[in-house]
Design a protein around this ligand. Structure first.
Ligand SMILES: *Cc1c(COP(=O)(O)O)cnc(C)c1O
Length: 432
């Protein structure tokens, strides 16, 4: 695979896997095992000492999961990926693999509800605090940086107002201050945007969403670009002897072949190994299946969502619509710069009559499933202010662009006419 530079669609199907030379099976096998046999005591010692890479225990790595990790690393254009049990644990470990007690994060204020709560209410318990800024003006990130800042965190398309963040501009600011840019690219997937090409150092995907694509499993993955310079003294976790790993200095002591993936290796062998949010090989297999058809599905998700946005835009029962693909959307100019294959599957809109009518729509609409997920092959509907983002205060909601009349749609792969008919009929009931 590494000899030829295959294109995205080809990598989606092949990266990280060849038919098993012994069994000759074409499909990826699910390796349902907790542990792997050492050839002898020297082999075991080499594996534990990072002198040799290989399977030890499925909490750390597994051959099925390894295929998924290689595939996503190839799709993102990164140096290495590590899969974990959820997008949420991917974000948690990504942060604590950089920052420790006393450190600060500068983050966009329009994050996924769970991420916002992690940064706002949970990480402070461990002495890591976050300054939230409005990402619409990248300069806001620069203003919030202090000597304690250890990373900048953004989402490509923010949640739930769908504002698009100018990744390269934020990356420039991060790098001018020798900080890594951590990007949650869940809403764009690498098919719409390979953020590493625009300066992201660490990329996170919730596999649960479009990569899995069928609403059938929970998982997350972190991809290391391999480009960030961790040798800077600003990052003690990489420059001081690590008591988690018999005094290893991650930015200095790794063999040359492993040095570029110091971040991914530490992620695997420190937070994942010792905090334990491992993905099951069965779920890894589900995400490999999803990755195979990702490019096809994202094109259709985007086409359908675009048509839904245009339909809602003209509808009298709708107060406003946000979709980065609409030419007059506040995010269109920036989104167009980055997204060449479509604008994604999410549409949000304000319903006339506010919360009361949103409830009537959601309780009566056919075809759409009312649930708190996105990126399923099926169309989904949600009222974020009273559900996924209800942990936030009203002020936090407003700052993140979340209003009481906002209805969130994750547009699926059904026939577009059926999707629009369902919305049309649901909107009619909502206004009665
Ligand atoms: C769903 C989601 C997460 C969390 O992922 P889980 O797999 O549900 O833990 C994080 N960020 C974004 C943008 C998401 O959509």
């Amino acid at each position: 695979m590494s000899e030829k530079k295959y294109r995205f669609e080809t990598l989606s199907l092949h990266a990280g896997h060849v038919p098993n030379p012994v069994t000759l099976s074409r499909g990826v096998a699910v390796e349902r095992t907790s542990s792997f046999v050492f050839k002898n005591t020297q082999h075991a010692a080499n594996l534990f000492g990072l002198k040799e890479l290989g399977n030890i225990y499925t909490r750390l790595m597994n051959p099925t999961t390894d295929v998924l990790e290689q595939r996503i690393a190839a799709l993102e254009g990164g140096a290495a990926s590590v899969a974990v049990a959820s997008g949420t644990s991917a974000i948690h470990y990504a942060i604590i693999n950089i920052a420790r007690q006393g450190d600060e994060i500068v983050a966009a204020n329009n994050l996924y509800g769970g991420t916002y709560t992690m940064f706002d209410a949970i990480l402070p318990q461990f002495g890591i605090t976050t300054k939230f800024v409005d990402p619409k003006d990248p300069k806001n990130f620069e203003k919030a940086i202090t000597p304690k800042t250890k990373l900048i965190f953004i989402e490509t398309i923010g949640n739930p107002a769908l504002d698009f963040t100018d990744v390269a501009e934020v990356a420039k600011i991060a790098h001018a201050h020798q900080l890594p840019l951590v990007v949650d690219g869940t809403f764009t997937t690498p098919y719409l945007l390979r953020t590493i090409e625009h300066g992201a150092d660490i990329v996170i995907n919730s596999l649960t969403k479009w990569i899995g694509g069928h609403g059938s499993a929970i998982g997350g993955i972190v991809t290391d670009s391999g480009k960030f310079n961790w040798k800077n003294e600003k990052f003690p976790l990489f420059n001081e002897p690590d008591p988690n790993y018999h005094g290893l200095k991650w930015a200095h002591d790794l063999p040359a072949a492993l040095a570029p993936i110091a971040y991914a290796l530490r992620f695997r062998t420190v937070p994942l190994r010792n905090l334990g949010a491992a993905i099951s090989p069965d779920n890894a297999w589900i995400f490999i299946q999803g990755a195979e058809t990702l490019p096809l599905r994202i094109v259709r998700h985007s086409e359908n969502a675009h048509k839904v946005a245009e339909f809602l835009k003209k509808d009298k029962r709708v107060a406003w619509v946000r979709y980065p693909g609409l030419e007059d959307d506040p995010s269109h100019a920036v989104a167009k710069k980055y997204l060449k294959n479509g604008f994604g599957g999410m549409v949000v809109f304000g319903i006339k009559g506010g919360y009361e009518n949103a409830v009537k729509l959601i309780d009566n609409i056919q075809l759409f499933s009312h649930l708190a997920n996105v990126g399923d092959a099926k169309s989904l509907i949600l009222h974020p202010a009273s559900t996924s983002h209800s942990q936030l205060s009203e002020q936090q909601q407003r700052e993140g662009g979340l209003t009481q009349d906002l209805v969130r749609l994750s547009i699926g792969l059904e026939h577009i006419d059926d999707i629009i008919e369902a919305l049309d009929e649901g909107l009619a009931v909502s206004q009665k």
